[in-house]
Each structure stands twice: as structure tokens, then as C-alpha cells.
Design a protein around this ligand. Structure first.
Ligand SMILES: Nc1nc2c(ncn2[C@@H]2O[C@H](COP(=O)(O)OP(=O)(O)OP(=O)(O)O)[C@@H](O)[C@H]2O)c(=O)[nH]1
Length: 348
């Protein structure tokens, strides 16, 4: 009988699965959902666009092995921003990982990322598919904007139409069908599923990494040419971030989320505030104009806030974030806490 160790992972190269999608589409939610799959040893590479790794903080603790790439979009940095190093480290045989998931920043181009993974010099890995997460609500305002369907659809092995819960009930089927049709125009055979909070069947993702997958089934040269003809949004994305070394004012935080800096499409972070009795931690998220706030089990010793947008006014955003980070908030702020808790209740 095969011993436990040899049964833990199929022999051979570790499949590397990329998770892509526009800013705030639901990549971290999908990743966290996949990490809850029992029985698989999964390594994760997280690439945040801002200089602070919010996503890495949100997945650590649930993952067997993690590597973070920060400071820019993985496909725009020299040397793939350390992707090869991270893959080399995570594919070491003694880690016995079943799969490696790479969560790209929300501004990475899937075609380029697929190429980086496919052409990686790392010997212990093989491409295991690319999961493109789509924000069903914002898709036609953010990603699919031109007469030709975007090249990014063709790089995907699985398309997740996420946030379907946010579509109005009488529009839902029509919007989902429209996204499906556009994807299929580019990629007739791709798997498409709908999801809420990235809750897809993990078997779909790990199955796309079956050992028999062709190493490179994508006509990448053609796709790269198509992508270059399209709008290169990732070249124009900008970010501002601030480290939060103390509790912040909930009023200032909610003001920031309700009236974000000019051009900020995405705002996210982990914060600490003074509750009525003790300090409390929260994860805050803004996508477009949608605010989501969830409680953390413990207040983070050091938190962070990151703002990202294609046309972000970086200086103004930095000033706003620095003001939140630098304003003393040592007393409970009852009105601010009430506003924060209201968003938290609406977010459940
Ligand atoms: N209502 C609803 N909210 C969702 C869903 N999926 C994600 N969200 C929320 O959308 C926000 C962004 O989700 P993330 O998973 O962080 O998105 P992301 O793609 O990782 O974001 P970036 O890494 O910044 O590009 C969070 O507030 C999530 O709770 C969904 O299916 N329904």
C-alpha cells in the first residue's frame, strides 16, 4: 500500500494556477474559498499593486506556504517581480505542495501572466490553468468596453462570473447571459460558472490542473498582439498607501470610504479602532461605490490602507490616507462607530 506521503501529491511538477480579474472582482474571496478545501496542500503567491500587501495579510494563516510580491503589478516589474523566485521556492519537493495559486493584482494582464508562468524557467512547476474572476456588476463599465471582446477572456481556462447576488433579480439572467456570450465570442470552449463571494467548486480549479493538461494550449503570441491593440489599463493604474501604526478614527475612515479620493476605484485595508470597551479590527473594502466592512477576530497590530485607480490623483489620495493614519484617535468615537457598525451589518 502506498504510504501517506507518496499519496499526498501526484508525482511530477506542481501545477500553478493563476487567479486574475479586475480590481475588486473577487480574487481574494475566491482564493480564500479555495484555501478552505480540506486535504490539499496549497501554496500561494500574492501580488498586490500597492506597496503594502493587504491581500497577503488576508490569506496568511490559512495557507501552507505563502510568498508575497508587492510594489507593483507582477507583469510590469522587471524579472516578473520575483515570480520565478517565489515559484522556485514553493515548488521545492520537500514542501510536497499539491498546487500553487498565484493571485495577480487587479491590474495584471492575464495573457502576460499566463505567459510568465508558461515560460517560467522553474523546473518543478507546470501551468495549471487560469481562473478569470469577473465582477458581474461592474464588468461592462471596467473591463469589456470595446466592440471586440477583450483578449483576456482567451487566456482563461475557467471564468467565474462573481457577485451575481448584487445583480437586480429581474436583470440577473440577462446580464449573466450577456457576459457569457461575450466570453464565448473569444473563447468558445471555456468553462463558465456563476458565483457569490467566489464560492466555486474547488474541484473545478484543481481539476483544471490535471496532469494531462497541455503545457501551453493558448495561442499566446496572437493573444499578446491582440492585447497590445487594446487599452492597457495596467500601465495607468496608480496606488497610494499608508501604514496604520495606531487606532484610527472611524468617522475619518467612513468619510474616506463614502467620498474616496479622486480616481480611486478601489480602497482596501485592515484597520484598528477604539470600540466602546476594547480595540477592534476590521477589513474594509470599497469597489466602485460599494462599501464592505467585516470584523477581524483580532485588531491588527499594524494595519494598512491602500487606494488604487486608473486615474487616481496620487498626491491627493496620499494626503487623505496620511491624514487618517496620523490623526490621533485614542477615545471611542460613538458617532463614527455607529456609522462603521451600520456598514458592517449591511455587509453580512
Ligand atoms: N456582495 C458580494 N460582494 C463580494 C462578492 N465577491 C467579493 N465581494 C466583495 O468585494 C470586495 C472585493 O473583493 P476581493 O475578493 O477583495 O476582490 P479582489 O479581486 O481580490 O480585489 P483586488 O485584489 O483589490 O483587485 C470585498 O468587499 C468582498 O467582500 C460577491 O460575490 N458578492
Amino acid at each position: 500500500m502506498a504510504d501517506q506521503k507518496s499519496r499526498r501529491r501526484a508525482p511530477g511538477r506542481v501545477p500553478v494556477i493563476a487567479l486574475t480579474g479586475h480590481l475588486g472582482a473577487g480574487k481574494t474571496s475566491t482564493l480564500n474559498h479555495l484555501l478552505r478545501r480540506p486535504g490539499a496542500r496549497v501554496g500561494v503567491v500574492v501580488n498586490d499593486f500597492g506597496s503594502l500587501n493587504v491581500d497577503a495579510a488576508l490569506v496568511s494563516g490559512q495557507v501552507d506556504e505563502a510568498a508575497a510580491i508587492s510594489g507593483g503589478c507582477v507583469c510590469c516589474l522587471d524579472d516578473a517581480g520575483g515570480l520565478d523566485d517565489a515559484l522556485r521556492r514553493l515548488s521545492r519537493p520537500r514542501l510536497r505542495l499539491d498546487a500553487i495559486l498565484v493571485e495577480a493584482s487587479g491590474v495584471a494582464e492575464p495573457v502576460t501572466l499566463a505567459r510568465l508562468i508558461g515560460r517560467s524557467g522553474t523546473t518543478g512547476i507546470r501551468p495549471g490553468g487560469l481562473v478569470e474572476v469577473i465582477d458581474a456588476v461592474a464588468h461592462f463599465r471596467t473591463v469589456d468596453l470595446w466592440p471586440e471582446p477583450p483578449a483576456r477572456y482567451a487566456a482563461a481556462t475557467l471564468v467565474v462570473i462573481n457577485k451575481v447576488d448584487l445583480l437586480p433579480a429581474d436583470d440577473r439572467d440577462q446580464v449573466v447571459a450577456r457576459i457569457r456570450d461575450r466570453v464565448r465570442l473569444r473563447h468558445p470552449r471555456v468553462q463558465i460558472v456563476t458565483a457569490r463571494h467566489g464560492r466555486i467548486d474547488p474541484g473545478l480549479v484543481f481539476d483544471t490542473a490535471a496532469d494531462g493538461d497541455p503545457v501551453d494550449e493558448l495561442p499566446l503570441a496572437q493573444l499578446l498582439r491582440d492585447q497590445n491593440r487594446e487599452h492597457h489599463d495596467h500601465e495607468h493604474a496608480r496606488a497610494a498607501s499608508a501604514e496604520l501604526t495606531r487606532a484610527i478614527s472611524p468617522s475619518m475612515l467612513i468619510d474616506l470610504l463614502e467620498s474616496p479620493p479622486a480616481g480611486a476605484y478601489r480602497l482596501k485595508g485592515r484597520v484598528r479602532v477604539h470600540g466602546s470597551r476594547a480595540e477592534q479590527g476590521f477589513v474594509v473594502n470599497l469597489v466602485g461605490s460599494l462599501i464592505h466592512i467585516a470584523a477581524l477576530p483580532d485588531p491588527p497590530p499594524v494595519g494598512e490602507l491602500v487606494a488604487i485607480g486608473m486615474q487616481l490623483d496620487q498626491a491627493a489620495a496620499q494626503q487623505r490616507l496620511d491624514a487618517v493614519a496620523g490623526t490621533p484617535a485614542d477615545e471611542p468615537d460613538t458617532a463614527g462607530l455607529r456609522r462603521l457598525r451600520r456598514y458592517r451589518t449591511l455587509s453580512t
